[in-house]
Design a protein around this ligand. Sequence first.
Ligand code: ARG
Length: 412
Amino acid sequence: MNLKKFISFIFIMLLLLSYYPLVTHAKADQLDTIKKNGELRVGLSADYAPYEFEKTVNGKRVYAGIDIELSKKLAKDLGVELKIVNMQFDSLLGALKTGKIDVIISGMSPTPERKKEVDFSNYYMHVQQRMIIQKKDVKKLKSIDDFKGKNIGVQKQTTQEELAKSEIPDANITSLTRVPEIIMSLNTGKIDGVVLEGPVAEAYLSQNSNLAFSQMQFADENKGTAIALPKDSPKLLDAVNQSIKEVDDKGLLQDYKDKANEAMFDEGSFFSKYGSFFIQGIGATILISIIGVALGSLFGGIFAFMKLSRNIILKTIAWIYIEFIRGTPLLVQVFLVYFGTTAVLGIDLSAFVCGAIALVINCAAYIAEIIRAGINAVDKGHTEAARSLGLSHAQTMNKVVMPQAIKNILPA
Ligand code: ARG
């Protein structure tokens, strides 16, 4: 094949490839994809109790909340496994459109802009929009006018962001990606108020005794939440609406709310929650120490002999290494290894491996000094005596110096 033919061949292949997804996407109903994969991938942003949040059970992070219960029901109705995909709220629509998830169940309200990009089910819940503020401001911030020039926090790309912009135009709106960050800003006084969905606001108030509702009311305060799904998937839309109808008919939502509340407050004992973290941590500490000491001694020995050698280059290398490592904090070395391996070398090592490498590098320098000091502490007269009796340098080291040096080194 000559070059021209080859290039046109590649070109045609590329053309075909780019056409292929267009064809298939246009036809497949997302329900078929879900059934084929045997898995329903639900996208959500687990920062939104009681809708969805993470909780620790026996040292494992699990998802809980109203939306999680609804997701379980939907997966069961569809006869497939459930997979929760947790991401930032402002990434959900993009993930749905690119097929990374099958549906969004994340306390999302249908809006005209969103409807251009995705389809929505019927509402499964109706909620009010509320403003929360610090308790000490309750008397000061009572109406929309009181928020003129104030700093208001909202979650990025949410209906709360729109609501704040349209109804409190004279306030400074700060949009952050995760709700806990916004609550933290409110607690520290960086912002004066946060717009939230009613049940979410209540959940955060129950955890933060210094926060309270503001009496101010939004004109457009009622918003329903619905399930978002890809456009042109009528079969999936029917199935989803069917499940929601059942939830309504059987009054399941109340169960879901009760379960979510229970999950929010049954904190369990300290040990049942964190015990397994401690056990894991002890295991990791022991393992990493063994690796650090074993490999550190090996390399430490090498550096010690380099530093004791008469070769000026080896001596300098060892000297620089030992002084540098002993002169910088271990944490900095861990950072250098962890971020350096990905940023500079482009290799992606696990945190454990990076920690082990950093510890070996660090131990080697300290152990090198211990070994060198141990060897130097052996009286020079012993070497001289051995050499004058006719032992070679190696024999002197092996038979006379090292046995005594090891006795010095071991306690350290
Ligand atoms: N209901 C609002 C919206 O649709 C906010 C939802 C935020 N959800 C979340 N899981 N953080 O824009």
